[in-house]
Design a protein around this ligand. Structure first.
Ligand SMILES: NC(=O)c1ccc[n+]([C@@H]2O[C@H](COP(=O)([O-])OP(=O)(O)OC[C@H]3O[C@@H](n4cnc5c(N)ncnc54)[C@H](OP(=O)(O)O)[C@@H]3O)[C@@H](O)[C@H]2O)c1
Length: 122
């Protein structure tokens, strides 16, 4: 990993509004293209939060549709073969912004990721 990406390797990204249009159309396609270009490590864990019940698999399928449609670098192109490794770091947590339980669950998920990866808890 180069110096540009090593710092980003120690974070966990939380996306609120993860079932929405901005995540599908802009945020994740941009993160995927940055990872393809080597400007963002492909192994950064990402937790998506929104109310709609979604499995991790359904969340990833929704993201893949958006990346296929909108990203500068498409999955499976000559430039970028990252998708499976990139997508496996994305998990989904169902919860409302105004429900304190959402933040308890999020804290638990962050602690799990921290224990698995050694990334400092956010
Ligand atoms: N789309 C764009 O290109 C774009 C560009 C610039 C700025 N923005 C701004 O970015 C924001 C999001 O836009 P969007 O287009 O993604 O809107 P959207 O498609 O309506 O998505 C809203 C997201 O927020 C979640 N959400 C809403 N209320 C919630 C609550 N009480 N608790 C938890 N999650 C909640 C929704 O999920 P659930 O319904 O599953 O909870 C959904 O994931 C807006 O402020 C918009 O103006 C969007």
């Amino acid at each position: 990993m180069n110096q540009k990406t090593s710092k980003a390797g120690s974070v966990v990204v939380v996306i609120f509004g993860a079932s929405g249009d901005l995540t599908r159309r802009k945020v994740v396609p941009a993160m995927h293209s940055l990872a393809c270009e080597g400007s963002l490590p492909s192994h950064v864990p990402v937790i998506g939060v929104a109310r709609t019940p979604l499995s991790n698999e359904a969340f990833r399928e929704r993201l893949l549709d958006g990346v296929d449609e909108y990203a500068r670098h498409k999955p499976g192109s000559d430039i970028c073969q990252l998708w499976p490794r990139f997508a496996e770091r994305y998990t989904y947590l169902a919860g409302a912004y105004d429900d304190t339980e959402t933040y308890s669950h999020l804290a638990g998920r962050l602690a799990e990721i921290s224990a698995e990866t050694g990334a400092p808890a956010n």
